[in-house]
Design a protein around this ligand. Structure first.
Ligand code: ADP
Length: 249
């Protein structure tokens, strides 16, 4: 995977290949309200990973026998654009994208008051425009901002990050080389106000003690990302308020 071969080492002189400290996030930017035609949307740029999430709904479900009487149906579609990887990604759903769509849905659902929107569907479309590891977790961050931007009632945002292990070292927010050639990758999503975990996956091998340390490191990082998510929503609504204010003057 990727255009570069396996590096000899992932940690050189106590530093990661991209110069970050072991517990340092990549630079993250989040912006809400970036897709004009959606009810809510957000973009996240995390290092070289770039993802757009767009939310449509709640909309009435037809035919009626697909409706859930007491709740909304949350539908998530994760897609990697053909141009998102060094070698053209095959367009259309794959086993991986179907599985990731499901885990993203399951990570977001506990935060949404689905019971407030019976018989409807809420659609979340996620497009990875550049993939450099951590796409499912960045997608969750963007999608939860997009859901809030759509005005859908939520218990909390969902915040997510991956941590893992490479060259024997526990690392926060793996980039592609660390993800592809390291020993382990552990995506985690939480509702930051309560710390409730809504996604925990593990690819590779770590000890029980290391797993606990990774969870702790990711949880702390999620609080930082949470602030960026809230800031993105505040900025969107301040900008909207300013525009409305101007219009009424
Ligand atoms: P995540 O993106 O959530 O970390 P994976 O662990 O499956 O999910 O993928 C790790 C990274 O490997 C991706 O973010 C992407 O950079 C790369 N990758 C995944 N699938 C492909 C693919 N089909 N072609 C090229 N690179 C890919």
């Amino acid at each position: 995977m990727g255009g570069i071969g396996a590096p000899e080492k992932l940690i050189v002189k106590g530093k990661r290949l991209d110069g970050r400290a072991f517990d340092e996030l990549r630079p993250i930017q989040i912006k809400a309200g970036v897709v004009k035609n959606a009810d809510g949307s957000a973009i996240i740029v995390q290092g070289e990973t770039k993802i757009i999430a767009a939310v449509y709904g709640p909309r009435e479900v037809f035919p009626k026998h697909f409706q859930e009487a007491d709740r909304a149906h949350l539908n998530c579609v994760y897609d990697m654009a053909a141009f998102s990887t060094p070698e053209r990604a095959r367009p259309g759903p794959s086993r991986r994208s179907v599985e990731i769509s499901k885990v993203i849905r399951d990570a977001l659902a506990p935060a949404v008051f689905l019971e407030k929107y019976p018989k409807t569907a809420i659609d979340v479309y996620i497009e990875v425009t550049n993939a450099n590891a951590g796409t499912r977790v960045a997608a969750i961050c963007a999608a939860s901002v997009a859901l809030a931007d759509a005005g859908i009632e939520m218990r909390d945002l969902v915040t997510a990050v991956a941590s893992g292990k490479a060259d024997g070292q526990l690392l926060l927010d793996l980039f592609e080389l660390e993800d592809n050639y390291g020993e382990a990758d552990m995506p985690l999503a939480i509702m930051p106000q309560t710390g409730e975990i809504t996604l925990l996956q593990m690819d590779g091998e770590v000890s029980q003690d290391e797993a606990a340390k990774l969870i702790e490191m990711s949880m702390q990082a999620c609080q930082k990302i949470y602030e960026l998510q809230k800031k993105a929503l505040r900025e969107k609504y301040l900008a909207e308020g300013a525009a409305t204010g101007e219009a009424s003057e």
